[in-house]
Design a protein. Sequence first.
Length: 268
Amino acid sequence: MRWLVSLDVNALAPTPEQELPLDLSDADGVHLGVALVPPSTPLSQARTHEWRATPLVPSEHRVVYGLGESLASSLEDEHLAYGRRMRFRALGPNRFTYHAPAGCQEDMRCIYDELIRSNAEPVRALGTRFVEHIRARNLGPVEAAELIITFVQHIHYAEPADQPFGILPPALVPSQDRGDCDSKAVLAVMLLRQAGIDAAILYSDPLSHAAVGVALPVRGPPFRLGGRVYRYAELTTEGWPLGMIPPQHDKPHLWKVLPPPEMPDETG
């Protein structure tokens, strides 16, 4: 089933029951538009994201994204069911155990891959707004990455202690405006790869942190996976420069580059 819907904000004619969550017509900056998943989702349930991408001109951006209540519940239920299949068990704050299959004993890659698979279509609806804007503005790869990374940075940091593996499904991160480091990292990788940017999750169990690596010509320590070279992108601090590692996490030898996930139709 495909839930994808991509709407031009100027073409919207909301009924009295479907009012825009924000009057976008007179606001400054760039409007990426509206994505509702499924299309019948009331605009009153959508969330307006406003953020600043300082390297771009203009720097102010906004996008509206909404998930239907039934779909949001279904995604959360599927995540809970996956946790049960993996025998997830919480051991305390930020501590848990689960039964990892072969190839997933030392990191969270199987969990990230499952979330990318199960949330592909609803996240793709949001990614389409970015892809169309990037193409319309003829943004280069670094500019496109700045647009997406600053968007994910602006989402409120919150540890989803109520979720298996301490991670919120990526489609729920923008719809609920919350997420921790790896919840944001999964969302960012999905959006970046849909925009045609080689991106991977950077994971450090010793540092209890996750970030994103982008294969772009920016300054910063290199992270290598085979013949690919990635640069660091921090997602938990608004405005943190692309390529720079925060001092408390600046221990490159403690980081691992997880193989980029398989994603169909990445360039949308």
